[in-house]
Design a protein around this ligand. Structure first.
Ligand SMILES: [Zn+2]
Ligand SMILES: [Zn+2]
Length: 185
């Protein structure tokens, strides 16, 4: 098989699957996933409770975190395949101003933070390099400009820009140019 592992497609019909999705919604064949334990390197049959070789807990979550910190891609994982984020060291966190998402976060030792968004049948997991637990404002500006605008940050920027633009227009209209033409007295 020459399948690109990053694609995570159904081995039979090539339908795109969530990571660790136990069966294909298109051809209905059951799909098995092997995950490598990030501590001992052994293959695991599923994301389960603990690695049977070294006892690492929540090896599925740890494998996803490891993948994220090396690739930086967003990973979509079937919800059934993993324990709830709170059992795997995540904190509940409101990720947007309006609070419509169930969000979970887990800071990494090496900096950055894993951010989990919970949807109906899957988790969407990505790595934030700015910690939102410590600095929600910063996070909003960096990753969610729409949220920042709701909070007024971008509005201020826009007003400032508009003012400096209208100043320029006024200056031009009134003939107040910085560029005085020299030597023409
Ligand atoms: Zn399929
Ligand atoms: Zn292990």
């Amino acid at each position: 098989m020459t399948a690109d592992k990053s694609k995570r497609n159904c081995p039979r019909c090539d339908e795109r699957l969530y990571y660790l999705q136990p069966s294909c919604p298109s051809c209905e064949s059951s799909v098995r996933w092997n995950i490598r334990c990030v501590r001992c390197g052994d293959w695991l049959e599923d994301g389960g409770d603990a690695c049977s070789s070294c006892g690492l807990e929540q090896p599925g979550w740890r494998a996803i975190e490891h993948a994220l910190s090396t690739t930086g891609e967003t990973i979509r994982v079937a919800k059934d395949a993993l324990d709830r984020p709170m059992k795997a060291g995540y904190y509940r966190h409101v990720g947007s101003v309006k609070g419509q998402w169930a969000d979970y976060r887990r800071p990494l030792k090496g900096g950055g933070e894993i951010h989990v968004r919970s949807y109906g049948d899957h988790y969407e997991v990505h790595l934030d390099s700015v910690g939102a637990l410590d600095s929600p404002g910063k996070h909003a500006v960096w990753y969610a400009p729409r949220v920042a605008a709701d909070g007024g940050i971008q509005v201020i920027e826009t007003v400032t820009k508009a003012l400096s633009y209208s100043n320029r227009v006024v200056n031009r209209v009134l003939g107040k140019s910085e560029k005085q033409s020299p030597g023409r007295d």
